[in-house]
Design a binder for this molecule. Structure first.
Ligand code: AMP
Ligand code: GLY
Length: 422
């Protein structure tokens, strides 16, 4: 069969690479993909404008696509899955209505309250003056969040009232996030340790994937600006057996049933971003997709078929579906361009040395191919990912793989995995 993966990041490289491992898979198309996906066996990049849903549909029909996996949030929120499913194309991902869990912070916060899902206290505002008034009534630090999709940049942690006011000015007056900033959520600052809980969900059935932990801040020791994620490891020891059950009972189950109740049953990867402290948890956010970079270490550990898992979910057949993991640990270190998550240079040529190490995979993200040479084209450029018999070994191998990549301005965090080892 042929598969189509939508997206161009490290997550999509990992999804397409994993899908291609099935014997039954003939070709995996990636739209638009990156240099890594264009160099990989059985994978080819295509360049359809994914905002033109009909063009995507026509391509699926022409190539006899048996499964579409949509990677990023924007096409999900825009309704690509709804459109393709109406045309009887098997597509893995939530409907636009269900994707509101990520697409609107106000929607998700109201949803959490309605269905008793633990989350930080908050208030939502659609105008500057009332949001500004609210700043007099709350303790600091606080968190200001643009309501809509903002490529991971819409969350501003404010240490003081002055910073919070600056965040509101930037959102409401300077329109920094455009329409995504038409309203804001102001919420209680939570401390603790973060974990990503990602599952495959089909209506009221759920298969949790291996646990993982991301590193959101740009600098070692979790300092500096928030990014899309600078590295991840799996499994995450903070999600022990008790916590795993608690997350299923208090977060995932009520969410799945809540969405059914709202008339928007979920299909796809469902990602709960959690803050854990003293054995208790709160939901920071939901994502309606697989995490990036969590996908890379998680899929390196998945032994069973990704394609069969997605198809079972679409066919409402998860009940008897089993997935299999290696007991090994995985660690993925993001190599980014100097300046990220703010301004950074593109079009730096990349040199990659081949190294002799088992169980490692260099996933591409912001790369493109030009006359058989690889150039940088994004902020997060690679995710050097490795398996090891324990997290320390996986970490050491991942950092050895990092050493095999060179381009002007390359940097990475040096402490990915340290928290899990501690
Ligand atoms: P979100 O997109 O809502 O998950 O926010 C992105 C990141 O901002 C999270 O992964 C956290 O690191 C941080 N964050 C979000 N909400 C809070 C909060 N209420 N308290 C502390 N940190 C937060
Ligand atoms: N790694 C965080 C995210 O995918 O949103």
């Amino acid at each position: 069969m042929n598969i189509l993966v939508i997206g161009s990041g490290g997550r999509e490289h990992a999804l397409a690479w994993k899908a291609a491992q099935d014997q039954s898979v003939f070709e995996v198309f990636v739209c638009p993909g990156n240099a890594g996906t264009s160099l990989e066996n059985k994978l080819s990049n295509i360049s359809i404008n994914i905002n033109k849903f009909k063009d995507v549909k026509d391509f699926c029909i022409e190539k006899n696509i048996a499964l579409v996996i949509v990677g990023p949030e924007q096409p999900l929120v825009d309704g690509l899955v709804d459109y393709l499913q109406k045309s009887n194309i098997k597509t893995f991902g939530p409907s636009s209505a269900a994707a509101q869990l990520e697409g609107s912070k106000t929607f998700s916060k109201n949803f959490f309250v309605k269905y008793g899902i633990p989350t930080a206290n908050y208030a939502a505002f659609s105008n500057f003056e009332s949001a500004k008034d609210h700043l007099n009534k709350i303790p600091y630090p606080t968190v200001v969040k643009a309501d809509g999709l903002a490529a991971g940049k819409g969350v501003i942690i404010c240490q003081t009232k002055a910073e919070a006011l600056q965040a509101l000015v930037s959102i409401f007056k300077d329109n920094t996030f455009g329409i995504a900033g038409a309203s804001v959520v102001i919420e209680e600052f939570l401390s603790g340790e973060e974990a990503s809980f990602i599952a495959v969900v089909s209506k009221d059935k759920i298969i949790p994937l291996a646990t993982s932990q991301d590193h959101k801040a740009v600098g070692d020791g979790d300092v500096g600006l928030n990014t899309g994620g600078m590295g991840a490891y799996s499994p995450a020891p903070i999600v022990d057996e008790r916590m795993h059950k608690k997350i299923l009972n208090e977060v995932m189950q009520p969410t799945m049933h809540g969405l059914i109740n709202e008339g928007s049953p979920y299909l796809g990867f469902l990602y709960a971003g959690l803050m854990i402290k003293d054995g208790e948890l709160k939901v920071l956010e939901f994502n309606c997709r697989f995490g990036d970079p969590e996908t890379q270490p998680i899929l390196l550990r998945l032994k069973s078929s990704l394609v069969e898992l997605c198809i079972a979910a679409i066919d409402d057949n998860l009940d008897n579906h089993k997935i299999e993991w290696t007991k090994q640990h995985a660690c993925g270190v993001v190599i980014a361009s100097e300046g990220y998550p703010e301004n950074y240079k593109k079009n730096n040529e990349v040199k990659i040395k081949v190294i002799d190490l088992d169980g490692v995979k260099l996933f591409h993200a912001g790369t493109k191919l030009n006359q058989n040479k690889i150039f940088t084209s994004g902020g997060r450029v690679f995710c050097a990912t490795a398996l090891g018999n324990n997290l320390r070994e996986a970490q050491q191998k991942a950092y050895s793989l990092v050493e095999s990549v060179a381009f002007n301005g390359a940097f990475c965090r040096k402490d990915i995995g340290d928290k899990g080892i501690r």
